[in-house]
Design a protein around this ligand. Structure first.
Ligand code: ZN
Length: 373
């Protein structure tokens, strides 16, 4: 018995995008969906109640960070991640692979796993597919990822092939070590860098191992948007239609729309929360860097088309003042708006799929947002 079930509701006749429902042990999620990222078991500065008010149905947390602090045994002792952080809706944990390879110092990769030093205190650690399953089983998220290497960009063909092959072997080991298949769904991750034949091989062989859902990793890692869309367009249709498809680490508004059009159901990204803390809002008219002097006397909301708490009650001038004086409320108000903006964008995308007009919606959105078509 799988922990999750994906239900394909319909395919947009205009764009080919998928409308679906993802049933999890902690509620049903309408897809396509954007998942806010709570690295340290918190979406920075937001309470779970606030996230529910903006209709977040699933959030992501990071295995690597929680393993280092406070430790997965402590989270397990607290009753699991849902209880520990007071979030009773769905959670997804990543594999830690991306952070081990990007943050871990002096890492050494062998067939067995990766030895690295913590970016926090230099302490030595070892993560293997089995260890990552132990950690993710203890954290208890509804959806968990198998340990992979996110192939860096650029990487030559041989490196990418060897890395992809190892990720496949690790996926099989992770699946064998997964102890809670009835309440946690383990996703396989398709790698293969920017090489279409490797993407094909990875997609096919990951499916042979057989997972309840599939992720596409190793995109949005420094390549051009054209290249990303080309690889995505090649890879997504290789995945089964009756399982959810998750594009990891992608979350700018244009990438969300273009990812959905290429058949993706799930996205996550730190972008909306990270830029909020730097004083930048995503709006229907494009980015607003509220810190800029030209907003000093702007008594308009961040986005006049937005009905979030921030836009109903506060002006750009006030938020700019908070950001300039490093007041916590400034980051909170922009985070509230940015998450609401992306969650609402996904809702508009789902409505457009239901009405077979996603390409029309894309054109309208991009004209307003200021992207070239
Ligand atoms: Zn707003």
């Amino acid at each position: 018995m799988n922990a999750i079930k994906y239900e394909l509701i319909k395919v947009c006749k205009q764009s080919g995008a998928r409308l679906g429902k993802l049933h999890t042990p902690h509620g049903t999620i309408d897809t396509p969906v954007f998942m806010p990222v709570g690295t340290q078991a918190t979406i920075k500065s937001m309470t779970p109640e606030e996230l529910k008010q903006m209709d977040a149905k699933i959030i992501l947390s990071n295995t690597y960070h929680l393993y280092l602090r406070p430790g997965h045994h402590l989270v397990e002792k607290a009753g699991g991640l849902h209880k520990f952080m007071n979030w009773d809706r769905a959670i997804l944990t990543d594999s830690g692979g991306f952070q081990v390879f990007s943050l871990g110092d002096l890492r050494k990769i062998t067939e067995e796993g990766v030895t690295f030093r913590s970016h926090l205190d230099g302490s030595k650690h070892f993560l293997s597919p089995e260890k990552v399953m132990e950690i993710e089983n203890a954290l208890g998220a509804d959806i968990i990822m198998s340990f992979d290497e996110c192939t860096p960009y650029p990487a030559d063909y041989n490196y990418t092939k060897n890395s992809m092959e190892r990720t496949l072997r690790w996926a099989e080991r992770g699946k064998n070590a997964h102890k809670k298949t009835d309440v946690q769904a383990l996703f396989g991750i398709v790698q293969g860098g920017m090489y279409k034949d490797l993407r094909y091989e990875s997609a096919m062989r990951t499916q042979e191992i057989d997972f309840p859902g599939y992720s596409i990793g190793g995109l949005s890692v420094g390549e051009s948007k054209e290249m990303m869309r080309d690889i995505l367009e090649h890879t997504a249709p290789l995945l089964p239609t009756d399982k959810p498809r998750y594009l990891m680490g992608v979350g700018s508004p244009d990438d969300l729309i273009d990812g959905v059009i290429r058949g993706i159901d799930m996205f996550d990204c730190v972008l909306p929360t990270r830029i909020a803390r730097n004083g930048t809002a995503m709006t229907s008219q494009g980015k607003v860097v509220v810190r800029n002097a030209n907003y000093a006397e702007s008594f308009e909301p961040l986005d006049s088309h937005c009905n979030c708490y921030t836009c109903q009650n506060y002006s750009r001038a006030y938020i700019r003042h908070l950001v300039k004086t490093n007041e916590i409320l400034g980051a909170r108000l922009i985070t509230t708006h940015n998450l609401h903006f992306l969650i609402n964008l996904m809702k508009q995308i789902r409505e457009a799929i239901a009405e077979d007009r996603l390409l029309d919606f894309r054109k309208e959105f991009f004209e307003s947002y200021g992207y070239q078509l």
